[in-house]
Design a protein around this ligand. Structure first.
Ligand code: PEP
Ligand code: MN
Length: 342
């Protein structure tokens, strides 16, 4: 991969045991993967309290050894002041604020207060819901705590309409983030967006195409035995292959502008298709009700209201109005066809 070097944050999802951590780090070291941080979730924010929660602070001695033996700066997730205190005491290099924490300003403020005066570098993941203001607010709280080295991590958004990926990338959001904070590098957490190891590469490549400066990727020496996120973790060797397959843009400025607009279109189209589908499903419910109540298929007053509502948008654009007229005819016909099934 040519061009400017990506910031690499790699390592296992969770701290499972001393052996797992050391073996993973050693493989990364032996393969000479040029990482900037070795990531690992010491404490895991699991939805189900019975799932594996990470070995917690017991991981610090082996992380210290990994840092010493391989010269890997270490980063882990913090969700409260106690986590930050332990990271400072154990000389961890960087921490990240997880997606479920970024949504909570009280929690972010508690972390920011605990970070004051510390040496820690801080990475802030996007909130799990696509509310960019929460991301901005979290960054501002960390800046106000006096932290100088801050990174943002794009890890996608929980979204019920998403099918292919574990989390919806919504690329326009990290792009808008970069416009607001041009000096903060944004990393793409391709593993948590993808949710499946076969999809990590395409997400990592999109991150580069959209001009993101680095990537966070989960790597485990034996992904099939991982106690957390087994499906999405790569072996160090698989990571090397993925990394070598990525192409850096030679002219990021120009290609980014195009990619940004394409990203917007992709996002809009996804919403349109989802809404259209929901509209059809609602038509089916209406058809059923009409049948039960013996009502006629077409209600002209109702349809006039629909036309009225559509034509209020883009009133001054004659071409658009012409298109909407054709589109509505098709939509109406389709609704009637669907209702005749009942
Ligand atoms: C993680 O990086 O291990 C993690 C829990 O990610 P997220 O907060 O994005 O779900
Ligand atoms: Mn994970």
């Amino acid at each position: 991969m040519g061009g400017k070097r990506q910031l690499l944050v790699i390592g296992p999802c969770a701290a499972e045991s001393d052996e797992q951590l050391y073996a993973t780090a050693k493989e990364i070291y032996d393969l000479q993967i040029p990482l900037h941080f070795f990531r690992v979730g010491v404490w895991k924010p699991r939805t189900n309290p019975n799932d594996f929660l990470g070995i917690g602070e017991k991981a610090f001695p082996i992380l210290k050894k990994i840092n010493h033996d391989f010269q890997f700066p270490i980063c882990t997730e913090v969700a409260n002041a106690q986590h930050v205190k332990l990271c400072i005491e154990n000389k961890i290099d960087a921490v990240w604020i997880g997606t479920r924490t970024t949504v909570n300003p009280f929690a972010v403020q508690e972390i920011a207060d605990a970070l004051k005066g510390s040496h820690l570098k801080v990475m802030v993941k996007n909130p799990i819901i696509p509310d960019i203001k929460l991301w901005f607010g979290a960054i501002e709280r960390i800046q106000k705590a006096g932290i100088k080295e801050i990174f943002a991590i794009h890890r996608g958004f929980a979204h019920e309409t998403n099918i292919k990926y574990r989390n919806t990338p919504s690329w326009e959001i990290p792009i808008a983030f970069k416009a607001e904070f041009p000096d903060i590098p944004v990393l793409c957490d391709a593993s948590h967006i993808a949710g499946n190891k076969d999809l990590v590469q395409e997400i990592a490549q999109s991150g580069i195409n959209y001009g993101l400066e680095g990537m966070m990727i989960e790597v485990h020496h034996q992904p099939c035995n991982a106690l957390c996120d087994a499906k999405q973790q790569l072996t160090p060797m698989e990571f090397i292959k993925l990394y070598q397959s990525l192409s850096q843009r030679t002219n990021p400025q120009e290609s980014n502008l195009l990619e940004i607009q394409r990203g917007k279109i992709q996002h809009i189209d996804k919403q349109i298709s989802q809404l259209l589908y929901e509209r059809m499903a609602t038509i089916d419910v209406i058809a059923q009700l009409k049948k039960e109540n013996n009502l006629s298929l077409v209600d002209h007053t109702q349809w006039r209201k629909v036309i009225q509502q559509y034509s209020e948008i883009g009133k001054d654009d004659a071409h658009y109005q012409q298109f909407i007229k054709m589109f509505l005819e098709l939509l109406h016909q389709q609704s009637i066809d669907r209702q005749t099934k009942y």
